[in-house]
Design a protein around this ligand. Sequence first.
Ligand code: F6R
Length: 242
Amino acid sequence: MKIIEVEDYKALTKKTSEIIIERVSQSTSLTLGLATGSTPLGVYENLREDFLNNKTSYQHVQTFNLDEYVGLHKENPNSYYYYMRENLFNHIDIPSDQIHIPNGMAEDLEIECQRYEGLIEQVGGIDLQLLGIGVNGHIGFNEPGTAFDSTTHVVKLAESTRRANSRFFHDLSEVPTHAITMGIATIMKSKQIILLVYGLKKAQILHDLMTKEINEELPASILKKHPNVTIIADAKAMSIIK
Ligand code: F6R
């Protein structure tokens, strides 16, 4: 894994969006894997601004989001569908049928997981996957203990994850208990991965990731086996490593 240390959040989002914009503008067909949460918000802001100023086109881009809550409608402001539309898709020229997010309202969630996994394969896999990391080392919603050979599946969210995400809801009881997530094996099939790590809150897990052995209790540790992972971390996230 290659680590790029940047000074602060602004530099982290600048570096990341530059990489994405370069790939989007230099390819004729591209599949992006996208994340939600706080960390990529500034990246999406830069992509919106770039589209406004430079008209970088996404007509040839397909996107696959990592995860979605179970039981939240697309129109629910806390759904990841809503988040992606508000923060990115409504502001660029990507055709709506090229946007893919697991359907957390599907009648049969198992079939939905298989459909999603199959769709990723069908388009030839993800070229560039953007990831954040949970304070417990999760990637996507793959919580500690998730099998490394897992594909897209339904997960019961860890209490720490529900608590961390409750900041977006009125209170903890509103946070869904389950989600659909790409599995670890799905993520590992991506050709290139960028892991964003930002802030003091993530300093301990970044330290653990860099120092501990690969094991299922630290889901992100599997990334050490991937041939093309770049971690972009700010100085605060790097503070324990140094
Ligand atoms: C989001 C996702 C999660 C987040 C992680 C970090 O789609 O899959 O793994 O990347 O929980 O979240 P933030 O960026 O809010 O700290």
